[in-house]
Design a protein. Sequence first.
Length: 258
Amino acid sequence: MSLLTVEKLTKSFGGLTAVSNANMHIDKGELVGLIGPNGAGKTTFFNLLTGVYEPTSGSIKLDIDGEQTEIAGFKPNNVTKVGLARTFQNIRLFKDLSVLDNIRIAMHQNIDYRLPSALFRSNKYYEEEERLRKEAEELLDIFDLSHKKDEMAKNLPYGEQRHLEIVRAMATKPVLLLLDEPAAGMNPNETVHLTKTIAKIRDEFDLTVLLIEHDMSLVMKICERVYVLDYGTMIASGKPEEIKNNKRVIEAYLGEDV
């Protein structure tokens, strides 16, 4: 059974159809790529999956406790609660907060106290806040950011800001992680580190990953399957080698040099 099943997903803005009858399925534990030229509709597709946009038509189903649950039209906070987390093309950290606080904020959807406990600073409040702090520090340690926990996010090098955004998404405890061009702006060394991080996320956390990326060496190296979007339409899907040799994909996006 698929973890995520997308059928005939469509999003129109007035007379413009940004995504048209798109289909996709992702099985648990897969690392899947979504590629295509600029303006193909990839980020719009992510926005539909994560509730930023409501579909014009179509279906988005997520396996929740063994049942295929329709989540099309869910608000972003509810999408996060059922297990989808994402990063963005443009880094969206709380730049004037510490690295640790960026992670703690993401974890607060999992707190086990209510507003009165927070207002009156009950024992439950302090116990939960301490638990979240420890979990946040453990997560930063796993991803080699614990030594930067007290630094302001805006003071991190670009590559570490990218990694922090991924770790913050991880802090929501997702079942499906959506990465929107995580290698954008990275130098080759940072991209190598990113590649290892994505592999660690999938292998050590038993997570499923959907990746938008223009760096074809990264996509072809780590993705098990790849979907190709062009002018809002899925034009191909398959294993990396199949996509690499697909004439329609070469004409639309890859070119002859790939």
